[in-house]
Design a protein around this ligand. Structure first.
Ligand SMILES: O=C(O)CCC(=O)C(=O)O
Length: 226
């Protein structure tokens, strides 16, 4: 079992900055102590569920981020079988580590969704990594939000509308920030254009970690991995 984290204090849980219709940002939601605790949990999980390099469907081109997951399901991609969720790590074959308590609490506090998240994708960005504009649409339900936590160096995050060509806006995400895409923006195109090196001391070797909490299947279809 993953170590449990101490409960964090919500500063203004109901008072996000509204970036756009359905794009909410809670700057500095996790204080420095809570960021270190979360990092400890991620490190212990990656000891059994190591970061892997995802590959694009069809072309097999490597993505620049490395990733792993927490929870009953994890998002993976490879050349042969493409984007999908599966209950086990693609390299070790083992179930993903449990979702940390503090992330379940975060979801319950912010999402107003009656069922827990089933996947927490962990993306690690070295300082030159980025993520192109995309929609999160491999889930079978879209009524739940996607909630993300940023740790480490700042990034330039870009979000648009539900069509690829729609106007986008960009803003920085910093260590400890929490962002939610919901309602209108649940299927918004979004991506990470740039990591700003040396903007945080949290990670020893620089870079950035992003956690995204997702509900994958309709309520009542929870999949157990234990
Ligand atoms: O790193 C981020 O802030 C965004 C991650 C993301 O878009 C994704 O995992 O789908």
């Amino acid at each position: 079992m993953s170590p449990k984290l101490p409960a964090f204090e919500l500063k203004h849980p109901n008072d996000p900055e509204i970036i756009g219709d359905g794009v909410s940002l809670w700057p500095g939601f996790f204080n420095l102590a809570a960021q270190h605790d979360l990092l400890k949990t991620i490190r212990s999980a990656t000891a059994t569920a190591p970061l892997f390099t995802p590959k694009m469907p069809r072309t097999g081109k490597e993505m620049s981020v490395r990733m792993t997951n927490f929870g009953p399901l994890g998002w993976v991609t490879d050349q042969k079988n493409g984007y999908r969720y599966q209950p086990n790590h693609p390299v070790t074959g083992q179930p993903w580590p449990d979702l940390p308590r503090c992330l379940l609490d975060l979801w319950q506090t912010l999402s107003a969704y009656p069922h827990p998240p089933q996947a927490c994708l962990v993306n690690y960005y070295a300082d030159l990594a980025r993520m192109g504009l995309h929609q999160d649409r491999d889930e079978s339900v879209f009524d739940a939000p996607v909630i993300s936590v940023s740790l480490g160096n700042d990034c330039l995050f870009r979000v648009g509308g539900t069509s690829r060509g729609s106007k986008t806006q960009s803003f920085r995400l910093r260590s400890g920030d929490v962002m939610m895409l919901s309602g209108e923006s649940r299927l918004a195109f979004h991506g990470v254009d740039k990591i700003y090196p040396n903007t945080s001391d949290l990670l020893n070797n620089g870079g950035r970690i992003n956690l995204t909490l997702r509900r994958v299947t309709a309520g009542g279809q929870d999949q157990q991995n234990r």
